[in-house]
Design a protein around this ligand. Structure first.
Ligand code: NAP
Length: 280
């Protein structure tokens, strides 16, 4: 007698298991692609992370997303690829040839969202990135991999911008927050990776009028969906790429690695997650 194969399942490992949109995204794709699979949230405290990851397959999972506070530690519990190592954090785990691999899909989430929202954005000499935290590392990796020659990196704590410049090489030019205004007129791409403009955080104050007329503006913040920065850029007629787009695009490869089909970021999926974010 043969038993029916168990549906493939992935999980999100975090602590606390914050309210995440990932189950909504992956369940949408499982449903629309007709795949019998699952995606669940697993609340894993730091002292149980190693055991949980080592027993991931025994627990019935084909892979996982990893979120705060485990994204850095999981590098030491898996085989990280070049992206995960350069970013210093992994958000996606999967098994291949009996090994647990790790990558960072924020890189392609950011780049693929720009490609979808502002095609041709990469025909630029200079970009300006605000922030030097975890997401800035993914953004820098993506911009340099795409061949952008000069990236100005402005951060409140200048030492952190310097540390990233040291890590990513001489195409990255660190600057103090007070230099921001002077960097705007040459920035054909402006990226906000700080938490400024997020609901409950101070606004991001900059003079959008100083950007070139053909600049593209990207904001990683997605609560609110249209940040004041994106609203000002749209009002000036600039092309924009928003944080929700990045969130959706970063989920694509994990799904493909776990369930074997490459899903699409569609308008229907976007509407579903938008409704969840806005409580509609
Ligand atoms: P992080 O590692 O904590 O870094 C936060 C950054 O914001 C740092 O550069 C910090 O500057 C800066 N910052 C915070 N408060 C500031 C203030 N009052 N004035 C000036 N700068 C300030 O955070 P992260 O993981 O990079 O995430 C940053 C944002 O991106 C969050 O809103 C997050 O939700 C969003 N995000 C979105 C996606 C997506 O898929 N759309 C993915 C990842 C992250 P200092 O170095 O001076 O502290």
């Amino acid at each position: 007698m043969t038993s029916a194969p168990k549906p493939r399942a992935a999980c999100l490992i975090g602590w606390p298991a914050a309210h995440s949109r990932s189950p909504l995204i992956h369940h949408f794709w499982l449903r629309t692609l007709g795949i019998a699979g699952g995606y669940v949230i697993e609340a894993v405290p730091p002292d149980e992370l190693q055991d949980f990851v080592f027993r991931l397959a025994l627990r019935g999972f084909v892979g996982a997303n990893v979120t705060i506070p485990h994204k850095e530690r999981v590098l030491g519990l898996s085989k990280p690829d070049a992206r995960a190592r350069a970013v210093g954090a992994a958000n996606t785990l999967w098994f291949a040839d009996g090994e647990l691999n790790a990558t960072n899909t924020d890189v392609e989430g950011f780049i693929n969202n720009l490609d979808a929202s502002a095609p041709g954005w990469d025909k630029i000499d200079e970009a300006l990135v605000l922030g030097a935290g975890g997401s800035a590392r993914a953004v820098l990796f993506g911009l340099l991999e795409r061949g952008i020659d000069r990236v100005h990196l402005v951060n409140r704590t200048r030492e952190r911008a310097q540390a990233l410049a040291d890590a990513f090489g001489d195409k990255v030019h660190p600057a103090a927050w007070s230099d921001l205004g002077d960097r705007l007129p040459r920035a054909k791409l402006l990226v906000n990776t700080t938490s400024l403009g997020m609901r409950g955080q101070p606004p991001l104050e900059l003079d959008i009028a100083r950007l070139p007329a053909d600049a593209v503006v990207a904001d990683l913040v997605y609560v609110p969906l249209v940040t004041p920065l994106l609203a000002a850029a749209k009002a000036r007629g600039l092309k924009t790429a928003d944080g929700l787009g990045m969130l959706l695009h970063q989920a694509v490869r994990g799904f493909e690695l776990w369930f074997g089909q490459r899903p699409q970021v569609t308008g229907e999926l976007r509407e579903l997650v938008e409704a969840d974010l806005t409580g509609a």
